[in-house]
Design a protein around this ligand. Sequence first.
Ligand SMILES: [Zn+2]
Length: 263
Amino acid sequence: MTTWSVGALLRRLTAARASRFALAMAIAFVSLCLPLFAKAAPEIGWGRSGIPILLYHQVLDTPDTYTVTPAALESQLIWLRDNGYVGITPSDLKAAYESGAALPEKPVMLTIDDGWPSESTFVELVNRYGFRASYFLPNFAHVTEEEIRALDASGEVCGHTVTHPNLETLSYDEAYQEVYQNRIWLENIVGHAVTCFAYPFGGYNDTVVQAVRDAGMQMAFLAWGGLTAIDGSMDPMAIRRVNVNGAYPIEDFIAVLNGAVGY
Ligand SMILES: [Zn+2]
């Protein structure tokens, strides 16, 4: 109820020469109702439906579904920074999900898959704007071991199989080896356990999930799905991400962060 409508109500009551009692009752009713209306107002922000886990692939001057331009990425990072978002990693999410560890008030997870050469532009920009990010790397990623250690120091590296097959097309044993050998390769480089993983092409089924889990992964990410709520609805082996479509304007990017769907 707005001030205008309260005023209108009072004017109508006065015009009708209502008794002082009726007027007092109307004012009391409005006073009681205002806090109720205020409480019922919809909440705006990530808390409404979850944490944005953003998925990038390439950063080039040829935008498409899986490629954002350096300028677009920079605009998104500036918007995130100016609106109070703080970068978290899969380890932060795991700690929050498993033991209720505190997260920043406005968390965002920036993830990039495949280790394409243009990933260096992504690294430069996220570091410039102070965001920790996560890097999902197959064994053929275009990064040196030294660069992988630097990525792990500034954010977190995660598994993405040896050869990037759609795991749904493989046997259990083949899927297991794809995930396990990739994990061992990464762990030997960074010197600690790697337990986060993304399904190539987002492809997974019950057999794949079992193979990924048996290969030592504890958090597995999809390639779509929207925002991620940390509650009983989150499946640690099928965590949603939002693909950042390079063909869409920043208004759409902002709408997704505010809970819109269909990005
Ligand atoms: Zn991939």
